[in-house]
Design a protein around this ligand. Structure first.
Ligand SMILES: Cc1cc2nc3c(=O)[nH]c(=O)nc-3n(C[C@H](O)[C@H](O)[C@H](O)COP(=O)(O)OP(=O)(O)OC[C@H]3O[C@@H](n4cnc5c(N)ncnc54)[C@H](O)[C@@H]3O)c2cc1C
Length: 409
């Protein structure tokens, strides 16, 4: 027996959950909406946790998507510090950590992702950090105050951003990564070369093509030992080793899971349980744009999918087909923006000047543009969006892409 009923239950107080609640309100949903989130704050933006919030230039309130009063004013019930412990999709009930049982009409799974922890010797030492929540950023900043040497493990955007932020705060940062260059897995070799040059120029030491072997110290970490045997002094370590979708609740509810470990969804983001949608980092959906199952961990995608799930709950069901967008800021040194449908370029065409730090890299596959990265040339990104979405045939037109009038393509 349920203690009460809600028309819509949103599980997860992150970007996707908040966007869904907002879109339900704006779409005139009318029924009651309960947004349940495990963290103490109302839903907030995670990106500042490695950028302005970590640097201390952006305060906590400025990270919130909306403050608590915003939800109250719209009759969206916000249950922070609360978890959904159990979901029964046949009975359409959820059991909360408060023991309350709530019957729902429709539901959204927006449980996000958790950091991927590496199990290496020394992993339990003090001074080893992962970064997902604002509280983790607080701990990193506090530890960094007394640290001289910081080692970052990983070559993706979180390690790069934290290295840039802490270097700006005067720390000596060393990055250890398996990749040949930072950010090259997602953005390709040209961009990787650019970011490597920029980080080095700003004083970040890069150890590329090498992995983490173990962490050493007494109670606290003192050294990082790499697979090739390099020993790096470390007063603290930040692990940027990826994230895994949080499917604990979904798995226990026997929702179908996908190949990337996310919650398997149809093209319009509905899970295997009718009336239950998924959005954000946890959502692995059948993408008409990609031609297969994908799961995308980008902030704007989480927002857009939250809105799309709300539209479906409101009765407008259509395949989710927004072109993924991502950005990364390395301190105030550079902002890079990316749009695209694949992160493994077959061929690159460069426009502008990498040396001058104002360039775009267009990624081509099968004669079409599939992704683009821009640094300091936002106008190129708009053209790239158009060319990718239209699937324009670009074989033999590389010179025009590099130097010609993009309007004419
Ligand atoms: C440090 C950092 C920097 C980033 N920078 C960028 C960037 O520059 N650009 C970009 O595009 N993306 C960036 N991202 C990625 C982006 O923030 C994520 O893709 C986005 O936050 C995903 O939103 P979400 O709502 O799916 O999940 P989340 O934000 O993870 O929210 C899910 C929430 O659900 C809660 N939850 C889980 N299970 C339950 C449960 N059973 N009951 C109740 N609550 C539950 C979790 O505690 C969490 O609060 C960054 C991420 C991090 C961590």
């Amino acid at each position: 027996m349920a203690d009460r009923e809600v028309a819509a239950l949103i599980v997860g107080g992150g970007a996707a959950g908040a966007a869904c609640a907002e879109a339900l309100y704006e779409g005139g949903f009318g029924g009651s909406v309960l947004l349940v989130g495990r963290e103490p704050e109302p839903p907030y933006e995670r990106p500042p946790a490695s950028k302005g919030y970590l640097a201390g230039t952006q305060d906590r309130d400025a990270c919130l998507l909306h403050d608590a009063a915003w939800y109250a004013k719209r009759s969206i019930e916000l249950a922070s510090r609360t978890s959904v412990m159990r979901l029964d999709t046949a009975a359409r009930t959820a059991t909360l950590s408060t023991k309350e049982v709530v019957e729902y009409g429709v539901a959204l799974i927006a449980t996000g992702a958790n950091v991927r922890r590496l199990r290496v010797d020394g992993a339990q030492l003090d001074g080893i950090h992962y970064l997902r929540a604002l509280g983790n950023a607080d701990a990193i900043r506090a530890d960094a105050e007394a640290a001289e040497h910081v080692v970052l493990v990983g070559g993706s955007y979180i390690a790069c951003e934290v290295a840039a932020t802490l270097t700006s705060l005067g720390r000596r940062c060393t990055m250890v990564m398996l990749e040949d260059a930072p950010l090259s897995t997602h953005f390709g070799p040209t961009a990787g070369g650019f970011f490597a040059g920029l980080l080095r120029e700003r004083g970040v030491e890069l150890v590329c093509g090498d992995g983490l072997e173990r962490l050493e110290g007494g109670d606290r970490v003192e050294r990082v030992v790499t697979a090739s045997g390099r020993v790096l002094p470390a007063d603290m370590v930040v692990m940027g080793t990826g994230a895994m979708p949080d499917v604990m609740l979904a798995r226990a509810a026997k929702l179908e899971l996908g190949e990337t470990g996310g919650v398997a969804c149809s093209a319009d983001l509905e899970t295997s349980a009718p009336g239950v949608w998924a959005a954000g980092d946890v959502c692995e959906y059948d993408s008409v744009l990609h031609g297969g199952r994908v799961r995308i961990e980008h902030f704007e995608v989480a927002l857009a999918q939250g809105r799309a799930a709300a539209a479906a709950m409101l009765g407008t069901r259509r395949p989710y087909a927004e072109l993924p967008y991502f950005w990364t800021d390395l301190a105030d040194w550079v902002t890079a923006e990316w749009v695209g449908i694949t992160e493994a370029p077959e061929r690159e065409v460069v426009r502008g000047s990498v040396d001058d730090g104002a360039f775009s890299v267009f990624h081509l596959a099968h004669g079409r543009m599939v992704a683009a990265l821009s640094v300091g040339r936002g106008e190129d990104l708009a053209h790239a969006r158009r060319l990718i979405a239209a699937g324009t045939e670009l074989s033999g037109r590389e010179a025009a892409l590099a130097e010609g009038d993009l309007d004419a393509l």
